[in-house]
Design a protein around this ligand. Structure first.
Ligand code: KG4
Ligand code: ZN
Length: 328
């Protein structure tokens, strides 16, 4: 049996997990720094890397829970993309373990983790289309097989999660804004008109929508009229999520797709999940449980098992990459 110990530290979660090749999660520890960053209204990179430094040894120790590394076959870590200072902390910890215990080292692409974690739910069928939506990403990834990744569409400006967080800030909802808008929008009514982004092909754009929210809020303030938060949350979310859905359906229409999955923090959104299941009927659709949508190390271990199978290891001197192409 192959067993991987994996470390994730690309943004504001410090995590370590041990997963075997039967996809059994032997251990998984995740700590989030969200409460700290909430005080600043968003992730502060310098604070995040310092917190990873403070937490990482304890997290690895908890994940090991007294077991030795004798039966661990490789050490994996998130090589990128992410906040560079944060990535370095996970990389340094993984490299130290690999060097000291003489284990192969696997540098994992973060988005592959978000995609392959869905194997915990059901086998993936190819060609597959992954809609990866998070604080840093909005990507339509087309996979002919488990080793080919083609980015068919991406955002031309803000990531979808970033747009959620910024619009939430306009309404003083606090960070992270995604879950708050998700909840508030359930009480909202169609009242405000916001422009649907116009972008050709499979790409996305959210900055115009975000600015339209800001302008609406400023205009109402100038007129002394109240902004109905629930209605703005509703309007923003309907436009943003239909934009995601339209492009996803466009790819399905133009390509052979046997399986669609959503991944990343925004995949936790309840409206996105219902829109996807209402509109994607004749194709396998995986909506991962919420705990696998946000960052964790289990997903890094699962992606690493594939690298292990092909003996794709990295050297100790390999660099972490804040931007990292998935097909590199
Ligand atoms: O994947 P993730 O945990 O971290 C990144 O790699 O970015 O995603 C975090 C993002 C944040 O922008 C957060 O507001 C958003 O995911 N998010 C949501 C929801 N839950 C988290 N956005 C919309 N609706 C949600 N329920
Ligand atoms: Zn992520």
């Amino acid at each position: 049996m192959t067993r991987i110990l994996a470390i994730e530290s690309s943004c504001d979660e410090t995590a370590c997990a041990i997963v075997n090749d039967k996809l059994e999660i032997e251990s998984s520890i995740v700590t989030s720094q969200i409460d700290t960053h909430a005080r600043f209204g968003g992730v502060v990179p310098e604070v995040a890397s310092r917190m990873h430094v403070e937490q990482i040894s304890t997290i690895i120790k908890s994940a090991l829970n007294g077991r030795s590394l004798d039966d661990i076959d490789a050490i994996a870590y998130t090589r990128g993309p992410g906040l560079i200072g944060c990535l370095h902390v996970g990389a340094a910890a993984a490299k130290s373990l690999a060097l000291f215990y003489d284990k192969p080292l696997i540098g994992v692409h973060h988005l592959k983790g978000h995609i392959f974690v869905n194997e915990l739910i059901e086998p993936l069928h190819y060609p597959l289309l992954a809609l990866v939506v998070s604080g840093g990403h909005t990507e339509l990834v087309y996979m002919k097989d488990e080793d080919s990744f083609e980015i068919l569409g991406t955002t031309l400006d803000d990531a979808i999660g970033e747009a959620y967080d910024k619009v939430a800030r306009i309404m003083d909802l606090g960070y992270p804004g995604g879950p708050k808008i998700d909840k508030l929008a359930k009480e909202g009514k169609p009242h405000y008109d916001l422009p649907l982004p116009k972008v050709s092909g499979y790409d996305f754009s959210f900055s115009g929508l975000k600015n339209a929210c800001l302008q609406l809020s400023d205009r109402l303030k100038r007129k002394g009229e109240p902004l109905i938060g629930a209605d703005l949350a509703y309007a923003f979310q309907e436009v943003a999520l239909h934009h995601l859905l339209d492009k996803t359906l466009k790819v399905i229409n133009d390509h052979e797709v046997k399986h669609v999955l959503i991944a990343g923090g925004v995949a936790a959104n309840s409206r996105l999940r219902s829109l996807m299941s209402e509109n994607i009927k004749d194709i396998n659709l995986t909506l991962p449980p919420l705990k696998y949508c946000t960052d964790n190390a289990t997903m890094i271990a699962i992606a690493a098992l594939k690298e292990f199978k092909h003996h794709r290891f990295v050297d100790l001197d390999v660099a972490s990459l804040s931007s990292f192409d998935i097909d590199e």
